[in-house]
Design a protein around this ligand. Structure first.
Ligand code: ASP
Length: 331
């Protein structure tokens, strides 16, 4: 792990800098929030502030996921996400606690906060996953405003893509656009894991999925056990990158299973990435897949196929550090 940015308290954004409720040391002293990519820092700040103001872990991971969902400069999560090949922005999200609570949506349209709709699925339906038209109708029924998610920027990117369109599901399109850490397009799915000092955990994952995907395509992110998994007494894991490569091995559940068997979070992340590489051989050349893991004691793991995967860690004091994950391959 190579730290390259430590975010000072003052720059950590509205959430961490101006929390209104007094900090409840008992509640957050052991809390660690972990999320994918450099933009996870702002999400962590929102999640940390929610915990600090007395919110639950589910409140915290939802608040974190909502940050990139509303960010018009982030083209891989929520509003302004790149559309599918037919021009529709479709969102996938899952939220999960460590007591069997799960809610997810896939192919949700015209709704900014997919993670909040996923939470409603968990809390207000007997189901764990709603998809497509049904998910969108549920969002309307629950009072989430209808809003087009396609912005002029993302529409232009899609129209540019159409000029030379060659559908290549084997590549992680976001990762190919730029590898510049912190660059405007250095974005991907957000997966968040959070814990409290007593070892309770929750997680969330939200995305607009692979840019210019086939209509109807759903990646790893909203699928429990693939894009996210949390287990009481063990820990949690989340993934980013080309979802098909994660889904085929139920990647996050595999990471947690390794941890349950005694692996550290780092060992568990490395194991699943090596497994994918061995299983897929040449088929994953040039493809990015990354995993994060957090155990109930606050130990962190991160590993990926290719260089470029960054993640944000927030400690119990609310200090956030962005780190580069080690990778299996060098390029
Ligand atoms: N994992 C997500 C998906 O495949 C998107 C990504 O992280 O690139 O839908």
């Amino acid at each position: 792990m190579i730290p390259f940015v430590t975010i000072p308290a003052k720059a950590r954004g509205r959430a961490a800098a101006t929390g209104t409720a007094p900090m409840s040391a008992g509640r957050v002293s052991g809390a660690v929030i972990l999320s994918t990519w450099d933009f996870g820092a702002a999400a962590n700040a929102a999640a940390f502030a929610r915990l600090r103001s007395g919110g639950t872990l589910i409140d915290a991971v939802e608040a974190g996921g909502m940050v990139p969902e509303a960010d018009p400069t982030n083209h891989s999560v929520g509003y302004a996400g790149y559309p599918d090949r037919d021009g529709h922005v479709t969102l996938d999200a899952v939220i999960m606690d460590d007591a069997g609570g799960v809610g997810a949506v896939a192919a949700l349209e015209n709704t900014v906060h997919a993670i909040s709709v996923a939470r409603r699925v968990m809390e207000r339906t007997p189901h764990t996953l709603l998809v497509g038209e049904g998910a969108t109708r549920f969002a309307r029924d629950q009072g989430f405003p209808q809003q087009s998610l396609l912005t002029p920027d993302s529409e232009k990117a899609w129209r540019d893509w159409l000029k030379t369109a060659k559908y290549q599901p084997e590549a992680n399109s976001e990762n190919r656009i730029t590898r510049t850490p912190g660059g405007a397009l250095d974005h991907d799915t957000i997966g968040l894991l959070a814990r409290t000092a007593d070892g309770r955990m929750a997680g969330a994952c939200t995305t607009s999925g692979m840019a210019f995907k086939m209509r109807g395509r759903v990646g790893d992110s909203p699928q429990v056990g693939s894009g996210l998994y949390v287990e009481a007494g063990v820990g949690g894991a989340t993934s980013t990158g080309l979802g098909e490569e994660v889904t085929r091995v139920a990647g996050s559940a595999r990471v947690v299973a390794s941890m349950r068997a005694g692996a550290t979070p780092q060992q568990a992340c490395e194991e699943v990435v090596r497994h994918i590489a061995k299983l897929r051989g040449d088929a994953i050349r040039g493809v990015q897949v990354g995993f994060l893991a957090l155990d109930t004691k606050g130990n962190v793991g991160a590993f990926c196929l290719l260089p470029g995967f960054t993640y944000a860690v927030t400690d119990a004091q609310g200090t956030t550090t962005v780190l580069k994950a080690r990778s299996l391959f060098q390029a």
